[in-house]
Design a protein around this ligand. Structure first.
Ligand code: ADP
Length: 483
């Protein structure tokens, strides 16, 4: 094993992860094409649709921050946690919230456990019951609870309160859920567990919730120039939404469109499902590691290919695959580490410790993180190279993450609405919130994108928490006022 050979191999891998300015422009233009295509066709099967899914959410108004009313329930099935909360909107951009978060048991992600939809939704109903017992003991049965349900997987939404699962992502693979109405499945289990007074009145996703929550909580009085325009998630998965002119959403049922326009509605929130951007691999940068993760280790080969290059579920897996490859070439020794037979064992959180570790300190944090996470012993020289790989992976992810944001800003002409227009992007998810430098790298890429450095200066990437709490509650309120 020669160190210089290993260094050369790492150099060459890092080169493959570089995203140039022209690549960002090309991807941004292609993203806009895919948005436009997605608004045209009404196609529930993404595999047949060359555009982005661009799913109508039936949310037509952005909150002002003055909404208030009864206490709502919100439930959120993410890729890692299931969360239940009760939210009281107080107006004046304020709210009161109780919440419980529980990790989704790993057997729900394992095919060989023969998990059915009933098992999953029963589990969620049980946790909801436990939440109400703990926080609202006196009103479990006698109160008509309205619930907003955040379900962040591709859904063919039929109305604000119903939608069919198109396909799972983020590791779930429960076959009998696909094609079923998610709200009915959950409502059935709530009824069966003795909570028929909990009504799931709104189905939403985490991006829509993030946008709504950001609009509600942002107390900027100069809202006219600091307009929240995009909601986005960079967590286990990635996705984004924005308000589109109803006139441009050609795929909407004509009678629904007419009715909305007659009611004076002008915009609807579109869930882009940008995790599926360029599943055809026309322009996305693709290394042999991307192909291997998609084909060999992911639960949905051929789908969510943008997500597999950007989101938290996959960045650690990227490093694992690179290290496996280096060992295969006899350039690196994985020794007795757990890396070999354990896909997804290396998390993005571990990468975040390596990213900011200091050479001066001998990369001791990296040493500890790798030992603790995967029992990998490393020399200092190896750690230097591993850190370079980590930085190449995260930089590519953050650069790609900027593409949809630039594209939406251009498509909606958001930066040119008024003189010195400033826009806000509400962001949620552990990667964008906690990965060191992720947002600065995104900003760097935005400046390289067609919006340029001047456009980049007018964009504010804000962390927006509680999309699946406050946002879902706002959705439930919206559903209530429309009923
Ligand atoms: P979800 O998207 O499932 O609702 P999160 O937003 O917490 O949940 O995202 C979880 C993902 O974020 C996981 O892939 C995890 O490895 C990653 N993650 C968790 N903590 C950090 C961190 N400090 N830095 C970077 N990534 C993190």
């Amino acid at each position: 094993m020669s160190d210089s050979k290993l260094t050369k191999a790492v150099d060459s891998i890092c080169d493959q992860f570089v995203i140039t300015k022209s690549k960002i422009s090309q991807l941004t233009e292609y993203f806009i094409d895919c948005m436009e295509k997605g608004l045209e066709v009404c196609e529930s099967d993404i595999s047949q649709n060359k555009g982005l899914p661009m799913l109508p959410t039936f949310v037509t108004d952005k909150p002002s921050g003055e909404e208030h009313g009864i206490t709502m329930l919100a439930a959120d099935l993410g890729g890692t946690n299931f969360r239940v909360c009760s939210v009281e909107l107080l107006g004046n951009h304020e709210y009161r919230m109780e919440q419980e978060k529980s990790k989704i048991p790993t057997f729900f992600f394992q095919e060989d456990h023969h998990i059915t939809s009933k098992d999953l939704f029963q589990h969620m109903a049980l946790i909801t019951h436990q939440f109400l017992t703990k926080h609202h003991k006196d009103h479990i049965q006698d109160y008509k609870w309205k619930m907003g349900f955040t379900f962040s997987y591709p859904v063919d939404q039929l109305s604000l309160r119903s939608g069919k699962l198109i396909r799972w992502s983020k590791g779930f693979k429960i076959g009998d859920t696909v094609g079923q109405d998610i709200v009915q499945l959950f409502q059935q289990e709530l009824n069966d567990i003795g909570l028929p007074n909990v009504h799931v009145v709104a189905l939403t996703n985490d991006t829509t919730g993030t946008l709504l929550a950001h609009c509600y909580t942002s107390s900027d009085t100069s809202r006219a120039i600091n307009e929240p325009v995009i909601g986005c998630i960079f967590g286990t998965g990635t996705n984004g939404c924005y308000m589109e002119k109803i006139d441009n959403i050609h795929k909407l049922d004509p009678s629904v469109r007419r009715q909305l326009l007659a009611e004076g509605k002008t915009h609807m929130c579109i869930n882009t499902e940008w995790g599926s951007f360029d599943n055809e691999l026309n322009h996305l940068p693709t290394t042999s590691y991307d192909i291997k993760i998609d084909q060999k280790f992911s639960t949905n080969p051929g789908f969510h290919l943008f997500e597999k290059r950007v989101s938290g579920l996959y960045l650690g897996e990227m490093l694992r695959n690179i290290l496996l490859d280096l060992e295969k070439q006899s350039l690196f020794d994985l020794k007795k580490s757990l890396l070999k037979n354990n896909p997804f064992i290396l998390t993005t959180e571990t990468l975040s410790h390596i990213e900011v570790d200091e050479l001066d300190s001998g990369l001791e944090n990296t040493k500890d993180a790798l030992l603790e996470a995967v029992d990998l012993e490393t020399t200092f020289d190896e750690r230097v190279l591993i850190q370079r790989l980590v930085r190449a992976i995260s930089r590519r992810a953050a650069f790609l993450a900027a593409v949809p944001i630039a594209a939406i800003l251009i498509k909606t002409n958001a930066l040119n609405q008024s003189y010195h227009c400033q826009v806000e992007v509400g962001c949620d998810g552990s990667v964008v919130e906690h990965y060191p430098g992720f947002r600065s790298m995104m900003r760097h890429a935005l400046a390289l994108s067609p919006i340029g450095p001047e456009g980049e200066r007018d964009v504010h990437l804000r962390i927006s928490k509680d999309g699946s709490g406050v946002g879902a509650a706002l959705c439930a309120l919206h559903a209530d006022t429309m009923a």
